[in-house]
Design a protein around this ligand. Sequence first.
Ligand SMILES: Nc1ncnc2c1ncn2[C@@H]1O[C@H](COP(=O)(O)OP(=O)(O)OP(=O)(O)O)[C@@H](O)[C@H]1O
Length: 389
Amino acid sequence: MTSRDEPVISIRDLEVHFEDNSMTSSMAPSWLGDRLGLTEDPPVRAVDDVDLDLGENDVLALVGESGCGKTTLGKTMVGLTRPTGGSVEYRGHDIWEVREGEDDDITFEEIRRSLQIIHQDPGSALNPYRTVLENLAVPLKRWHPHLDYAQRRARILKMLKRTGISPPEDYSQRYVHQLSGGEQQRVALIRALLVEPEVILADEAVSALDVSLRIGVMDLFLEMQELFDTSFVFISHDLANARYLAGKSGGKIAVMYLGEVVEIGTADEIINDPQHPYTKVLQWATPKLDPEQAAQAMRESPPVRKIDIPDATNPPSGCRFHTRCPEAREACRAQSPDLYESDGEEYHRTKCFREVDDHEYWHSEEVTDEETYGGTSPEEPPNADEASS
Ligand SMILES: Nc1ncnc2c1ncn2[C@@H]1O[C@H](COP(=O)(O)OP(=O)(O)OP(=O)(O)O)[C@@H](O)[C@H]1O
């Protein structure tokens, strides 16, 4: 269920850039780098210009190609990665101000407890030398120190049973490596839920699972989401998973491209009425279950001008998708679009000039492949500022 209450997490003008030292060291010796002004490598612009709210009981699926910034955005939302610009608030408190002691109405520990993460590899959160019971006792000991051994065990067995791990007594004594991938993911989910968080970030949590197991684990996540009133942020490169998760829960899908959210809306809006040309590419690339549709998709060429994704250290000017977009015009090279509301749709927003009926886009020239190169337009050479400084 999507709630309209005050957001649990609120993100404004978010920017996360990483210093990237790989280029200077690998491409030029330092003295040459100095002479050429290359010592300062351009940062990787992992996330730029993102505004998002996550409410209570909300489900948000972040989707996009590998490297588009999903994990960075997710980790920044739960206070694990520090933004280089903009703000991330938990219930009105700037997470990093709290961490730095500039806001003592709440502790950073409380925030970290409320915002949990489940990784693609569930084993990474579990100690292989401990049994399931011992692993799951760790968060209980930390956050509920008053519980004795019997009470902890009873809670853990109850959760194992609830999540379909049966017989729980038997499983509680197994070591992590004795569990299947699906069982490990269930244990990782229990570990996160035992902390009683408000938000769980599940980063590609079902990607490594066999396709036949995925639906079961996704259903379990949604069941637990409802049972515990927890908000979920699901990260997936697969639009089909995002559709399933957001569609079943009444949540939203945010489509990311080169560090930006380019379209956001309900599952129905994104799947049945995609507006951004990039969302249409993702949809084209999503395997079709219907054989007729699958055969049709195979006959169609991808709705992009170029397959290659630009470098995140040097994203294209204007709309970042313009170098690949079949609808690109001159206006797209010069200006960056806002996230415009789609007519008559509740949540739907699209970062594309085509949403604005009277935008100058409609009167500007089409962009052709000869006019674009690399990640930058010819009029604006890459990193002109850095090169001249
Ligand atoms: N700690 C880091 N230092 C430097 N660059 C980073 C760091 N973390 C991520 N990046 C870069 O930031 C960009 C976004 O990465 P991110 O992992 O957030 O994308 P993603 O969409 O989650 O990709 P994937 O699905 O492959 O995990 C990539 O270019 C990545 O190489």
